[in-house]
Each structure stands twice: as structure tokens, then as C-alpha cells.
Design a protein around this ligand. Structure first.
Ligand code: NAD
Length: 478
């Protein structure tokens, strides 16, 4: 049985309850995890409160060193951790490994920034006083993490929170607790003082709710669905908590007639089908200029045909299973709705057949044409391997249609024309725009959404600001 890690110790749930974590490719039990509740959150908060003054007052460079050390300890176990993640999440082992490498890169990025946090000196108008802005950690923070990138999205919270001098507890998604539990344990073993970082597993409706309501948690970093995010904002808002919300997306990709077709094809195939389409910044709507539409679609069908679906443990697999039965059902319903409204399945549109696929939540990579704009797959976030493709006459039409979504997370334009690229970068309603480049998040760049895709930013030095309170200090000189 996997254990939680609270106040420097491995612990089971006080109730003694556990639940099964199953492999989405085979249905087999991977392990059991503790079913924690409000009591465990309170224990983690008490530990974080007790640890806060010591951690806040630890020299920033020393905090950074402990995070570097933690990263090194996790790195030594990366192969076994990647296999564990694949078993609980479903993605190919190579993707799990890349995810953990990205987590380590992010942790080291913030470890390095710990000692670079600065305030300001402010001359004041009358010349007899001056101001200082000092930046202080907020206190006890909590991170609520989804299942699609369970490790990097935990890291985007732990890294800046701890580097800035806060203490933290994290709650992984119920279906992906195992790798996160192991990593938090390893980071603690590497030398974090007890209580600085705890992890509590259990249902969102119990553990998550306590995080939102507990007034001693001053800051919540949430990544998940927009629907849950609205609830988080309402409940945590009542306690005046500092909040960042990283929510759903429906990223448009626009390919102009002068774009590099081969690069764009790779962009579309990787961008839509990585992690079986279960990425917030996956390409979810593809807009092609009329003159390239036919050749692009034909080549994309060829590329998609070659994507191997299977168990993530198989090194040839490019698409693992969907993460849960509900996740597969949702994408099936969105495709059925698109077809009912006149959409055409160009490839895929069903489950793969054969003994290898019977027990997992597999679905073939799917391309759709002629999908009307009121179809669910266009209006909602689609979190699976299906991509609707649209024909547009020019950039104005592409941008206007791209902006029709309630979401505004990522977006991309593929063109050799700098003025088109610039126009799109300025006019697309999104937190991020990629020009001739894959939808990938970089630790160095701020990442987040506009509209219903969220509030605030993770990644980049910008993320640190969300874990600090600026305090104004006025000094009289005379
Ligand atoms: P989800 O909203 O169902 O769950 C996210 C987390 O919230 C889980 O840990 C869950 O247990 C917890 N939770 C559930 N109910 C809660 C409650 N009442 N109070 C507090 N916490 C609660 O999302 P998911 O299905 O795990 O993740 C997929 C979604 O996440 C997609 O919409 C995706 O776009 C989004 N996402 C966004 C980003 C981003 O950076 N913008 C990144 C990855 C995923």
C-alpha cells in the first residue's frame, strides 16, 4: 500500500480506508492509496504552519540547495518512477519519463531563482521619505493537481511555492496518486525540513473541499476543469485566499497557405495526440486555409494512420488508453454528436479491435471534417484523441473563428509571413501563442489562460510573484 507523507512521516489514513488505483490499459490493480479526509488536511496544515517560520527564515540560497538536492534524488529513480506513472496514468513510458524530466527542470529552475527574489526602492515625492517594497512569502499554500500531467503540474506549484519561502501541501487527483506520493517522499528524504511539504490523497469532494474551506491555507493553486475551477474560486474566495486557476482549453491551430506544411503536420499530429489528446494545451480545433486544405488533410490522415495505439508499456506505443472509462465515453459522445450534426469521420471514430484492447479504455486517433460550430466538440473542451478540421478563406476569418471559444489558453499560427504571424499573435485571445512551433509549455515562459481558461500564471519567474505578497514600507529620513 502506498502511504501519504505528512509532517515528515509516511502515514496511512486515520480511518484506515484505502482505495484501488487501476491501470487504464489493463484494468489491473497497480496499488492501493490511502483515502484521506479533512483530518489529514488539517494535520498537513498544522505541520506546514509549524514549519513556516523556519523555512521562511532559511537563507534563500539554502532553500534552493535543498530543492536541487531533492531533484537529484528523484532523478536517480527516474526509470522506475516513469514506469509507475505509466501504470497509473496510461501514457507511454517515454512520455512519462519526459514528464518527470520536465518536473525536475522546473524544480531546478525555481531552486536557482530562490536567491534572486528582490523588492524595490521607491523615491517619494517630498524628498523626505522613501519607500521600499519587500516581498514576503504568503504562508501555508495548497496545490490541487489533475491526472493528465500529475507530476509536472505538481511541480509547477511546489517549485515556486517553496523557493519563495512558503510551506505547502499537495493533493493529487484520486486516480493518479502513486508517483506523486513517491516523489514527495523522495523530496522529503533529500532533506526538506519536516512539514515544509506534505501530500494528502483522497476524493476531491472531501480533501479538496477542506483545502478550499480551511482558513489557515492562505493560497490555493488549482489545475483542473473549468467547472471545478469556478467552484474553487467561489469557495476559496469566501476565505479571501490567493488563487491561481489553470483550467480547460480549446486551442486553435491556424495554418496559412504560406506555412511550412511538413512542420505544421507534425505540429498537428503531436499537438493533438500527445498523451492521447488529454492535454490542456492540446490542439483542439484546426483551421486550414482553403488552398492547402486538401493536401494537408490527406497527409495528416497518413500520419495519423501510423500512430500506434496500445499499452504505454510497449515501446512502440504512441497513444495509450484514455485515462478512465468516463473520459473515453465523453470523447465518444462528442464524436457521435459531431456526426449527428453532419460532421464526417475521416479516420478513426471508434475503438480499436482485438484482444489487446479489450480491457483498456482505448480509442483510435480521429479526424473530423465538416463539423458545424454548434457541435459539442467545438463548443466544449475535447479531452481525447479527436480533431475537427475547418476550412477558412483568410486570416481574418481564422482569427475570428478561433476567438469564438469561451476558452483562451494556447493557440498557434503557422506562416512564413512575419506580418501575419504578428497580427495573429496580437489578436488571438489566448494566454499563449506559438508561431511555427509546437504547443509546449516552457519553464522559462509564463503560462496560463484568459477568459474561462483561468486566472494567473504558472511557469517563468512570473509564477513566483503569485507566491509572494509585496509589502510597502515607508521610511522617513529627516
Ligand atoms: P478536475 O477538475 O476534475 O480535477 C482536478 C483536481 O481537482 C483533482 O485533484 C480533483 O480531485 C480536484 N477536485 C475535484 N473536486 C474538487 C472540489 N470540490 N474541491 C477541490 N478540489 C476538487 O480536472 P481533471 O479531470 O483532473 O483534469 C483535466 C482538466 O484539467 C482539463 O479540463 C484540462 O484542460 C485541465 N488542465 C489545465 C491545465 C492548465 O494549465 N491550464 C493543465 C492541465 C489540465
Amino acid at each position: 500500500m502506498a502511504m501519504m507523507f505528512i509532517n515528515g512521516e509516511s502515514v496511512a489514513a486515520k480511518s484506515g480506508q484505502t482505495y484501488e488505483v487501476r491501470n487504464p490499459a489493463t484494468g489491473e490493480i497497480v496499488d492501493t492509496a490511502p483515502k484521506g479526509g479533512a483530518e489529514e488536511v488539517q494535520a498537513a496544515v498544522a505541520a506546514a504552519e509549524a514549519a513556516f517560520p523556519g523555512w521562511r527564515d532559511t537563507a534563500p540560497e539554502a532553500r534552493g540547495r535543498l530543492l536541487f538536492k531533492g531533484a537529484e534524488v528523484v532523478r536517480q529513480k527516474i526509470d522506475e518512477l516513469a514506469v509507475l506513472e505509466t501504470k497509473e496514468q496510461g501514457k507511454p513510458v517515454a512520455e512519462s519519463k519526459r514528464e518527470i524530466e520536465h518536473f525536475l527542470h522546473g524544480l531546478e529552475f525555481y531552486a536557482g531563482l530562490a536567491s534572486k527574489i528582490r523588492g524595490a526602492y521607491v523615491p517619494l515625492p517630498d524628498g523626505k521619505m522613501y519607500g521600499m517594497v519587500i516581498k514576503q512569502p504568503i504562508g501555508v499554500c495548497a496545490g490541487i493537481v489533475p491526472w493528465n500531467f500529475p507530476i509536472t503540474l505538481m511541480g509547477t506549484k511546489i517549485g515556486p511555492a517553496l523557493a519563495a519561502g512558503n510551506t505547502m501541501m499537495v493533493k493529487p487527483a484520486s486516480t493518479t496518486p502513486l508517483t506523486a506520493l513517491r516523489i514527495v517522499e523522495l523530496l522529503n528524504q533529500a532533506g526538506l525540513p519536516k512539514g515544509v511539504l506534505s501530500i494528502v490523497t483522497g476524493p476531491g469532494s472531501v480533501v479538496g473541499e477542506e483545502i478550499l474551506r480551511n482558513p489557515r491555507i492562505r493560497r490555493v493553486a488549482f489545475t483542473g476543469e473549468t467547472r471545478t475551477g469556478k467552484h474553487v474560486a467561489e469557495v476559496a474566495g469566501r476565505e479571501m485566499k490567493r488563487l491561481t486557476l489553470e483550467l480547460g482549453g480549446s486551442d486553435p491551430m491556424i495554418v496559412c497557405d504560406d506555412g511550412d506544411i511538413d512542420r505544421a503536420l507534425t505540429g498537428a499530429a503531436v499537438g493533438r495526440f500527445y498523451n492521447c489528446g488529454q492535454a490542456c494545451l492540446a490542439i483542439k480545433r484546426l483551421f486550414l486555409f482553403e488552398s492547402i486544405y486538401d493536401q494537408f488533410v490527406e497527409k495528416l490522415i497518413g500520419k495519423v494512420q501510423r500512430l500506434k495505439v496500445g499499452n504505454g508499456m510497449n515501446p512502440d506505443t504512441r497513444l495509450g488508453p484514455l485515462h478512465t472509462a468516463a473520459q473515453r465515453q465523453e470523447i465518444e459522445e462528442q464524436v457521435a454528436d459531431a456526426v449527428k450534426r453532419g460532421g464526417k469521420v475521416l479516420i478513426g471514430g471508434k475503438r480499436p479491435e482485438g484482444a489487446d484492447y479489450e480491457k483498456g479504455y482505448f480509442y483510435l486517433p480521429t479526424l473530423l471534417a465538416d463539423v458545424p460550430e454548434d457541435a459539442r466538440i467545438v463548443q466544449e473542451e475535447s479531452f481525447g484523441p479527436a480533431l475537427p478540421i475547418f476550412k477558412v478563406k483568410d486570416l481574418d476569418e481564422a482569427v475570428a473563428r478561433a476567438n469564438k471559444s469561451i476558452y483562451g489558453l494556447g493557440s498557434s499560427i503557422w506562416t512564413r509571413d512575419l506580418s501575419r504571424a504578428r497580427a495573429a499573435a496580437e489578436r488571438l485571445e489566448a494566454g499563449n501563442v506559438w508561431i511555427n512551433s509546437l504547443h509546449i509549455g516552457y519553464d522559462e515562459m509564463p503560462f496560463g489562460g484568459v477568459k474561462y481558461s483561468g486566472i494567473g500564471r504558472e511557469h517563468g519567474p512570473e509564477a513566483l510573484e503569485y507566491y509572494l505578497e509585496p509589502k510597502g514600507v515607508v521610511v522617513a529620513t529627516g
